[in-house]
Design a protein around this ligand. Structure first.
Ligand code: ATP
Ligand code: MG
Length: 428
């Protein structure tokens, strides 16, 4: 017996009717991007492994333990499924000299892959919407990308989302803080878990990002990076805060917000909801002025965010926000096989006028009884059934029956001028 084939653990099929929520969400995203004049970029799902090692940092959760990496058996290349898309977008921007004539504001939607323990809000294939504003150094663009996320929550009808904000300063400021942090953590070495001890000298800042509840007290008392920021960093942060204040966007200052990748500097932020438990961060991002140079381009400032689509959709469900169901306007009933040619012509004429029309599919033994066809018409959710019976056809007509407003009668419409009455079928 053949072994039963199933989707890979942590990777989900997205089926109708659930897929309608996805399409609705993606439509909202695309409309948002148009309003902010961000352009779509599509990069490969597979990239050279060194791109992520160099881009994200060697001592990060993603690179240490979450990447799907493999050797291309044809040529020995080290490849990885993308765990995130900032590095890929930056690689593409460098490779194609996208920034030769100034900044670019880009966005993407697509699958990412991380080998994590699957649980609610945490999958091995998940999806992100992301924006990357490349070539802009001012706090105005930090504000812009933060407000884009806010605009999306508004468009979707989401309210229970808070903004957390921090500044990571510049690398040299982080180095001074790092020395103080290591000294502090060393005096508390007994309370550190194995991972923290291992990272003590490689990436101590990351220890502040720990999810281990037993370490929260140590982390709470650690030296704050904010106290090590210089004048320029503080001025940038201040401008971001003032900009958010000016448009009435509240935020929580979170000095422990460090984000999972090494490439961030200055502004970092997360949008968090209390409604999704431990996986409450639905969007995270910040400035990454050093990344483009690190990947091999000219030093170029940049800022962006990534949003977890599964988590946002889960939040919509929690909030009772429904996507409109994609039901057809009309269902075309075809009582006998001889009517098939006329039926196809009518269906095409109506669809060309924008009517969403589902045509009854005949089996090998013909179209089936009227009763069973009406049942299917009803189940389709269509407002109207169009009946192309022999009588109607002989008069060059089709019967239009309203399936929703009680059992109100039907009326006849001419096959020859479907364009004239098609609009009456379209959903308002
Ligand atoms: P977390 O702390 O939850 O692991 P992260 O810091 O690793 O998140 P990012 O790399 O910043 O996440 O990715 C941006 C967003 O993508 C996250 O805020 C989250 O909404 C979503 N995300 C990240 N990892 C997953 C995953 N494994 N499954 C589903 N969504 C995810
Ligand atoms: Mg993570």
């Amino acid at each position: 017996m053949a072994e039963e084939l199933q989707a890979v653990k942590g990777m989900n099929d997205i089926l109708p009717p659930e897929s309608a929520r996805w399409e609705w969400f993606e439509d909202k995203v695309r409309a948002l991007m148009r309003r902010y004049a961000y352009l779509n970029i599509r990069t490969p799902i597979v990239e050279p492994t060194p791109l992520f090692v160099r881009g994200l940092g060697e001592v990060t959760d993603i690179v240490e333990k979450e990447m799907y990496s493999f050797v291309d058996s044809m040529n020995g290349d080290a490849l990885s499924l993308r765990p995130e898309n900032t590095a890929g977008v930056v690689r593409a921007a460098i490779e194609h000299s996208l920034l030769y004539d100034g900044g670019k504001r880009l966005y993407y939607i697509g699958p990412m892959f991380r080998h994590e323990k699957p649980q609610r809000g945490r999958y091995r294939q998940f999806h992100q919407v992301g924006v990357e504003a490349l070539g802009y150094s001012g706090p105005d663009v930090d504000i812009e990308v933060i407000l884009m996320a806010r605009a999306l929550w508004l468009d979707l009808g989401l309210t229970d989302v808070r903004l957390e904000l921090n500044s990571l300063g510049q690398p040299e400021e982080r180095r001074a803080h790092r020395a103080a942090l290591i000294a502090y953590l060393q005096t508390h070495e007994a309370s550190l878990d194995a991972e923290a001890r291992r990272r003590l000298h490689t990436n101590p800042l990351r220890i502040l990002d720990t999810k281990n509840p037993a370490m929260q007290a140590v982390v709470e008392g650690a030296p704050r990076l904010m106290d090590y920021l210089g004048e320029d960093s503080l001025r940038h942060f201040d401008a971001v805060r003032k900009g958010l204040d000016a448009v009435g966007q509240p935020y929580v200052l979170n000095p422990r917000l460090v984000r999972g990748m090494d490439y961030y500097n200055l502004t970092v932020f997360e949008w968090i909801t209390p409604r999704l438990g431990a996986q409450g961060t639905i969007c995270g991002g910040g400035r990454y002025d050093g990344l483009i140079e690190m990947i091999g381009g000219k030093s170029t400032p940049a800022v962006g965010w990534g949003m977890g689509v599964e988590r946002v959709l889960d939040l919509l469900v929690q909030c009772g926000i429904e996507a409109p169901a994609p039901t057809p306007d009309a269902y075309l009933i075809v009582p006998d096989a001889q009517a098939m040619t006329d039926a196809t012509a009518l269906a095409e004429a109506l669809r060309s006028q924008g009517v969403c029309l589902q045509m009854h599919a005949a089996g090998r033994d013909g179209p089936g009884s009227m009763k069973s066809q009406f049942k299917r018409a009803d189940a389709s959710g269509a407002r109207y059934a169009l009946v192309l019976g022999a009588d109607e056809r002989s008069q060059g007509m089709v019967a239009v029956k309203n399936l929703r407003d009680g059992a109100a009668g039907q009326h006849l419409r001419a096959l020859a001028d479907a364009g004239a009455w098609a609009a009456q079928l379209r959903n308002a």
